[in-house]
Ligand binder design. Structure first.
Ligand code: C2E
Ligand code: CA
Ligand code: CA
Ligand code: CA
Length: 279
């Protein structure tokens, strides 16, 4: 029995050091990829539910790896978060998103809103308002067209400090959304306290919409709550006409999901707009 335990220990040791090595390798590759500009933003359209008019896009990061092709964020964001690389990466995301917004305006795709994901570490460790102000100044975009997506856990962390950052951001004229709403702490008190404009209904609730009554009740409750607090709602991960119809019947403002289009590379997004019809 003792020998079995020993060998098991050895196995776990090896597995663990493999995981550590792999993580270190990934960390180094991410660093190199940032330098080599292998990261790229894709854009997923967001449309208004009453008339399906295009209102904006969410910027979603991809790693265009020279050998492996397109790598999605679930493969590298967790390590980037752990190692702090998410901070320089987030700065790059913010600047690129603003540059793209500027480019759309120059192309005549005026008035589109750009949603940018902000990570918890960016929020805590950086002067986010300064960074956002810089990106706006450098690109000359209209701050009202920039929407920062924050998560519930970020907002719950430290009441006063959080409020200060959010107010500084709001003063810049950007709008704020709560991403993945309903999956985190779901303390509703903070919704009232913070200057948040939009609630993004997580796709887990959207996929439950056509499954059962409970799913519908939850989505309906989130929409009513947001509206009663003067906020807009956007549903994520809408894949079917039935889901869109149900969301519309509950008064949801906007949708985003494969029903409209997947996240697209910049050039394809422009082609999508030409096909779909801009404003
Ligand atoms: P998220 O912010 O909740 O983004 C929505 C995710 O849902 C995206 O995954 C999108 O491709 C996917 N999606 C959109 N429509 C549908 C649909 O109809 N059905 C299904 N099943 N999925 C849909 P993606 O692009 O892989 O991003 C995953 C997560 O990575 C994001 O979740 C976000 O938390 C994070 N992320 C992406 N880009 C950035 C970034 O630039 N910065 C930071 N900090 N995080 C990012
Ligand atoms: Ca998001
Ligand atoms: Ca989300
Ligand atoms: Ca998510």
């Amino acid at each position: 029995v003792k020998r079995l335990d020993d060998s098991r220990l050895g196995f776990f040791d090896a597995a663990m050091s493999f995981a550590v090595t792999e993580r270190l390798t990934l960390e180094r590759s991410i660093k190199a990829a940032l330098k080599a500009e292998q990261f790229e933003l894709f854009f997923q359209p967001q449309v208004r539910l009453i008339d399906f008019r295009l209102v904006g896009a969410e910027a979603l990061i991809r790693w265009r790896h020279p050998e492996l092709g397109i790598i999605t964020p679930d493969k590298f964001i967790p390590v980037a978060e752990e190692t702090g690389l998410i901070v320089p990466m987030g700065t790059w995301v913010l600047q690129s998103a603003c540059r793209q917004l500027r480019h759309w305006d120059d192309l005549g795709l005026t008035g589109l809103r750009m949603g940018v994901n902000i990570s918890g570490r960016q929020f805590r460790e950086q002067d986010l308002a300064d960074l956002v102000a810089e990106a706006i100044a450098e690109t000359g975009v209209n701050p009202a067209q920039l929407d920062l997506e924050l998560t519930e856990s970020m907002l719950m962390a430290d009441g006063e400090a959080t409020l200060k950052i959010l107010r500084a951001l709001a003063r810049l004229g950007v709008t704020l959304s709560i991403d993945d709403f309903g999956t985190g702490y779901s303390s509703l008190a903070y919704l009232k306290r913070f200057p948040v404009n939009t609630v993004k209904i997580d796709r887990t609730f959207v996929s439950d919409l056509d499954q059962d009554k409970d799913g519908r009740a939850i989505a309906n409750a989130i929409i009513s709550l947001a509206h009663s607090l003067g906020m807009k709602t956007i549903a994520e991960g809408v894949e079917t006409e039935a889901q869109a119809a149900m969301l519309a019947s509950h008064g949801c403002n906007e949708i985003q999901g494969y029903l409209i289009e997947r996240p697209l590379p910049a050039a394809e997004f422009t082609a999508f707009v030409a096909r779909y019809g801009a404003n």
